[in-house]
Design a protein around this ligand. Structure first.
Ligand code: PMP
Length: 350
């Protein structure tokens, strides 16, 4: 018998969105990737780092990723001691659980939102509680005081796309005894973000990713903003070389080129708003989205049927068998041409 820990033996493991091998032949709108390349400065910076012969790769990278960390801190208006960079925001979510929730202690999140929190908690042996959403996106049965160690609020919500106003998040911060982690993976596409609350409330942590708005999903780059005591703890836990040399160069270049970043985000937001209107014209019900995706239900509320018909046409969107979501589909915002092709397919499918 292999002596695995029982929770590892029995856990299902997280299943990411389908990644086709012949990617070029698909319209891929299932994992909220950015349809545009990253800033040209990113490619330049990676090539410059590699140099003629790639000799730099002999040596370990800078353990704290200091240059990219300082750039992120400057961008968001914080001292670098308030920021940590991570190998994707998934890494920092994992390390938050490891830092705050012992085996048997409780963490919570909203259902539906990002179910990977549950997988990470299972690995740690922490208990998981979920709060369901009401009709107006209120958290059902949320106690006057929540006593768990961590509460994860995905804002904008993924996969539904709506976002909570700052006043709501601030009120929540006051009702959570442990840490309130605002997962802002999609906040660059929204009107507001909770960074100001990190300065006001010692239990607020904001996490971000460069996977979506900076088009760097393939580099694995994320970050967290929190009090220096929290950042120092996360620094103790992380792999000491968590960002490789090329990722550090890419992060620095991407964060510096704000002009390119803002233009790409603006294009995606405009496509999202136009696409949402077009979906309503063909009688889809669409949740107004603050992300780079929309959650929409076909007139017959049969998400699976439409998912399968699109799959047969080599168009990938995200279908969730979860009963809270199976009536609809989460559709990532691609280029205008991709969304037009999708709309044509939806009109044909009916
Ligand atoms: N949070 C949410 C809500 C997400 O949708 C994702 C992407 N799947 C992540 C975090 C993780 O992003 P990253 O690529 O930075 O690990």
């Amino acid at each position: 018998m292999i002596p695995l820990r029982p929770n590892i033996k029995h856990m299902a493991g997280y299943v990411p969105g389908f990644q086709p091998r012949d990617e070029q032949r698909w319209i891929k709108l299932n994992t909220n990737e950015n349809p545009y390349p990253p800033s040209p400065q990113v490619r330049e910076a990676i090539l410059a780092e590699l140099g003629e012969d790639g000799a730099c790769l002999r040596q370990y990278p800078d353990p704290p990723s200091a240059a990219a960390r300082a750039e992120a801190a400057h961008l968001y208006g914080f001292d670098p001691s308030w920021v940590i960079l991570a190998n994707g925001s998934d890494e920092v979510l994992n390390n938050l659980i490891r830092a705050f929730a012992d085996a048997g202690e409780e963490i919570a999140y909203v259902h539906p939102s990002y179910s990977y929190y549950a997988t990470l908690a299972e690995i740690q042996g922490a208990r998981v509680r979920t709060f369901a959403l009401g009709e107006g996106w209120e958290l059902l049965d949320f106690p006057e005081r929540y006593a768990g160690k961590l509460f994860f609020l995905t804002n904008p919500n993924a996969p539904l796309g709506f976002s909570y106003p700052l006043e709501f998040i601030e009120e929540l911060a006051g009702r959570v005894d442990g840490m309130l982690v605002v997962d802002e993976a999609y906040a660059d596409f929204a009107e507001e973000n909770a960074l100001a609350l990190v300065k006001k409330h010692e239990n607020v942590v904001v996490t971000r990713t460069l996977s979506k708005s900076y088009a760097l999903a393939g580099m694995r780059l994320g970050l967290a903003v929190a009090r220096p005591e929290v950042i120092a703890a996360l620094d103790k836990i992380r792999d000491h070389y968590n960002l490789d040399r090329l990722a550090q160069a890419a992060a620095l270049a991407a964060l510096r080129d704000q002009e390119y970043f803002r233009a790409a985000v603006e294009k995606i937001r405009a496509t999202r708003d136009w696409f949402s209107t077009e979906l309503r014209v063909i009688d889809y019900s669409v949740i107004p989205s603050s992300g780079n995706y929309v959650f929409a239900a076909p007139p017959d509320r049969n998400g699976k049927r439409v998912y399968e018909a699109l799959f047969a046409r080599r168009i990938l969107v995200r279908y969730f068998s979860d009963p809270a979501l199976s009536h609809g589909l989460r559709i990532s915002i691609g280029t205008r041409e991709e969304m037009e092709a999708l709309l044509n397919a939806l009109r044909e499918i009916g």
